[in-house]
Design a binder for this molecule. Structure first.
Ligand code: ADP
Ligand code: MG
Length: 351
């Protein structure tokens, strides 16, 4: 049989490359919301409000009261790899901001229509400007604005028919967004958050800046959760095994739920750590007779060089240096806390 001619290799058009890359950074509406809220947090906002229409496909709007964006920076704001947060690769070691890739806003302009309204300190008016495929569509227009920045993403995935179709059929993106905002709200207690559907009078997440984490959990997850939590703390300062500090709130024996809720922040980044989650689930199942699934809020602080933040742009799963030692220590802390409270209850029931 005759060999066929090989197909010719061609260089992809830059716009095709960008759209493919963008679809990876922004996988669903909730990924856009996460990037926008993290930008607002990086901009030192104390109030962040989210409005969503049609599960985020029609509209995602994030408004903050942060430091705003300079007029001179607007022309390159949505280009790929433009950022105010990183200069050199070495900076990654000690980076405190959530962002650093300068990819999120650019990505949104390749798969949706982005409009930015922003005002900086001391200015009499703000500017509004729209972007497509990384570039400004027109000169920024002066406009009235309140402190901070508002970013609107409309018609997400308008140019990715298949993605849009699959998302339209799954109605759960709004609940993913509510879940995300709930997590941010109970960690960043000095920031007030809200999240609502477009046109709805009531917000589905509403937190006010407060000094108490328990108060924010009460307003976001409800009284029945907040009533049944215990404080846990653990730390280790042995460079040969692990260095970390953990503090958290975990559910007690009276808490009843079918599903585990695990809200985990490592160095203030919202992450997943399946190994740690499993380890805690096992302790609950073993200690509590009527194995209710726990509610766990945990914040772990590690030396920045012990966590690699430069993983895939959307990857939330992390692995840590000395992970086993850290998990073991946390597991035993949770276990003794649960045991103590269990013993106390048995004791009270007997007397
Ligand atoms: P990154 O966050 O990785 O820097 P982004 O594409 O998310 O990249 O944002 C690009 C830049 O736009 C940021 O570095 C920041 O300077 C600016 N920016 C984005 N959102 C906001 C905001 N809400 N307030 C102030 N500046 C913002
Ligand atoms: Mg960002």
């Amino acid at each position: 049989e005759l060999l066929k001619e090989p197909p010719k290799i061609q260089r992809l058009d830059q716009s095709v490359v960008n759209r493919i890359a963008a679809g990876e950074v922004i996988q669903r509406p909730v990924s856009a919301v996460k990037e926008l809220v993290e930008n607002s947090l990086d901009a030192q906002s104390t109030s962040i409000n989210v409005v969503v229409k049609d599960g985020g496909l029609k509209l995602i709007q994030v408004s903050d009261d942060g430091h705003g964006i300079r007029y001179e920076d607007l022309p390159i704001l949505c280009e790929r790899h433009t950022t105010s947060k990183l200069c050199e690769f070495e900076d990654l070691k000690s980076i405190k901001s959530m962002g650093f890739r300068g990819e999120a806003l650019a990505s949104m302009t390749y798969v949706g229509h982005v409009t930015v309204t922003t005002i900086t300190k001391g200015q009499l008016h703000g500017y509004r400007v729209s972007y497509r495929d990384g570039v400004m569509e027109h000169e920024p227009k002066p406009c009235a604005a309140v402190k901070g920045t508002q970013i609107m993403v409309e018609n997400l995935f308008y140019n990715m028919i298949a993605r849009r179709k699959t998302l339209q059929n799954s109605a759960d993106d709004y609940s993913k967004i509510v879940d995300l905002l709930s997590r941010f709200a109970i960690h960043h207690t000095n920031v007030s958050f809200s999240c609502r559907k477009h046109g709805a009078a009531r917000a589905d997440v509403h937190s006010v800046a407060t000094s108490s984490r328990l108060d924010s959990i009460r307003s976001v997850y409800g009284v029945s959760v907040a009533l049944n939590l215990m404080k846990v703390e653990a730390s280790e300062n042995d460079p040969s095994s692990a260095v970390f500090e953990m503090d958290g709130l975990i559910s007690d024996l009276n808490y009843v739920a079918k599903k585990i809720t695990m809200v985990l922040f490592i160095n203030d980044r919202l992450v997943d750590c399946t190994a740690l989650k499993r380890a805690i689930e096992i302790v609950y199942a073993a200690t509590l007779p009527k194995a209710s699934k726990p509610f766990i809020y945990m914040s772990i602080v590690l030396p920045p060089e012990h966590v690699d933040v430069n993983v895939h742009p959307t990857k939330r799963e992390v692995s840590l240096l000395n992970q086993e030692a850290i998990i073991e220590k946390i597991q035993s802390t949770v276990e003794s806390k649960l045991r103590n409270s269990n013993d106390t209850r048995t004791f009270q029931e007997q007397t």
